[in-house]
Design a protein around this ligand. Structure first.
Ligand SMILES: NC(=O)c1ccc[n+]([C@@H]2O[C@H](COP(=O)([O-])OP(=O)(O)OC[C@H]3O[C@@H](n4cnc5c(N)ncnc54)[C@H](O)[C@@H]3O)[C@@H](O)[C@H]2O)c1
Ligand SMILES: [Zn+2]
Length: 382
């Protein structure tokens, strides 16, 4: 049966199995325009408060408000500026104030409409508003559809660093509408794709081989057939959901999701967060470095490292670190200093995600400094 009796939406469902906090991710084209139908069953009051950003609001707030009102759901909303800067304590306060001014109650549903910034901010706000209310995510970037909408991490940034204040708060439902990706800047789309490739590289060689053959098709938005894109998103969500179900609060397996991120965070820190290097771009370079380090240490074949790099480059992602940043020439030492400060450092030792091959990532605390320095020096010289 179609959602509202006259429109059929081909959607795929992924269950994030977390006991009583379990929830479903629906992935399909055109879900947003019928969100009221999907949201209604999880409401305990016919009220929703939408949190979104200015870019997303311009195109998607009105269709969302319309479908919700057609389902008899009363809505209020707040719009924050687009961009990472909105993930701070001031905007958190602004969002909470707007929710309270609208007289949100314990049973009011919060709806995060936007990318990872809105998801993290609205998620955190809903976890503390009135000591915790339910929320739903409608992720509108590829990154948020395959990554931040799975697993319930919320957070904001402080002057001490990114995502250092936050909570674990699982959404009640996620609606990932692939149609929304058609308005996303291509560079943002590709940056999100880095996280898709990550799931193949870290634990699913068959997915990686499928992506080598089908990623171009999946990313060719504008075609009527989004089967490949929906498959790529669903497989990514399933991969993350499986890891999160094993390790909800990140004490073990969940760390594998950081493949490429220790290097990536160091590059982001060195480049500044002014948009010169997007997170996904840094992760793409970081994954290549993780494979090159693994090959240098004799853990995986050189061929696998080349294969990872070739695929990411073929999609249009950067695969070599930038040579200069706002502080001038980038050196291995500068990157290593950032890595030593990464929050994944435990007891003074850095944890790296290395690989024994495509789809075979593992955690290692035994990375020799000379091998790390040589890998960075070679990449920075190339
Ligand atoms: N909670 C988690 O588990 C988790 C995981 C990964 C990343 N994150 C967080 O996610 C954030 C990054 O998310 P992001 O990459 O989605 O960034 P974002 O939310 O800033 O979105 C990127 C840009 O695209 C715009 N945009 C969003 N959807 C659009 C659409 N459909 N059409 C046109 N423009 C659109 C936004 O306004 C913004 O300018 C970071 O803050 C990161 O820390 C969280
Ligand atoms: Zn990431």
């Amino acid at each position: 049966m179609s959602p509202d009796g006259h429109t059929s939406i081909a959607s795929t469902s992924v269950l994030v199995a977390l006991g009583e906090r379990s929830y479903e991710i629906l992935i399909g084209r055109g879900l947003l325009a019928h969100a009221g139908h999907f949201i209604l069953p999880v409401l305990s009051q016919k009220r929703a408060f939408i949190v979104t950003d200015a870019n997303v609001a311009a195109t998607y707030l009105s269709p969302l408000a319309t479908t919700l009102s057609q389902s008899g759901i009363k809505t209020d909303h707040v719009i924050v500026p687009a961009g990472e800067a909105s993930k701070d304590i001031n905007h958190l306060a602004q969002v909470l104030d707007a929710m309270l001014a609208a007289k949100c109650e314990r049973k009011t549903m919060i709806v995060a409409l936007g990318g990872g910034v809105v998801g993290d901010l609205a998620g955190l706000a809903s976890s503390i508003l009135l000591r915790g209310v339910d929320f739903i995510q409608i992720p509108t970037t590829l990154l948020s559809q395959v990554d931040s909408s799975v697993g319930g991490k919320t957070g904001i940034n402080t002057s001490a660093g990114k995502n250092l204040v936050g909570s674990f708060h699982q959404p009640r439902l996620v609606l990932a509408d692939t149609e929304t990706l058609s308005t996303l800047p291509r560079r943002e789309l590709l940056a999100g794709y880095a996280e898709v490739a990550k799931y193949g590289l870290l634990g699913d060689a068959a997915l990686f081989a499928w992506l080598e053959a089908n990623a171009q098709t999946a990313l060719a938005l504008g075609t009527n057939d989004q089967t490949a894109l929906i498959h790529a998103i669903a497989t990514s969500c399933r991969a993350k959901a499986k890891i999160v179900a094993e390790d909800e609060k990140e004490s073990g397996a969940r760390a594998l999701l950081n493949l490429g991120h220790t290097f990536g965070h160091a590059l982001e820190a060195e480049m500044g967060y002014g948009g010169q290097l997007l997170h996904g771009e840094a992760v793409a370079i970081g994954m290549v470095l993780a494979f090159e380090l693994s090959a240098r240490m004799g853990l995986c074949s050189k061929d696998d490292a080349v294969r990872a790099k070739r695929h990411l480059a073929s999609i249009g992602l950067p695969v070599s670190p930038p040579k200069t940043g706002p502080r001038g020439k980038i050196t291995p030492e500068a990157l290593m200093a950032h890595m030593a400060q990464d929050k994944k450092v435990a007891d003074g030792k850095m944890t790296f995600v290395l690989a024994r091959g495509i789809g075979q990532a593992f955690l290692s605390r035994e990375v020799s400094e000379p091998a790390l320095r040589a890998t960075l020096a070679q990449a920075l010289a190339s």
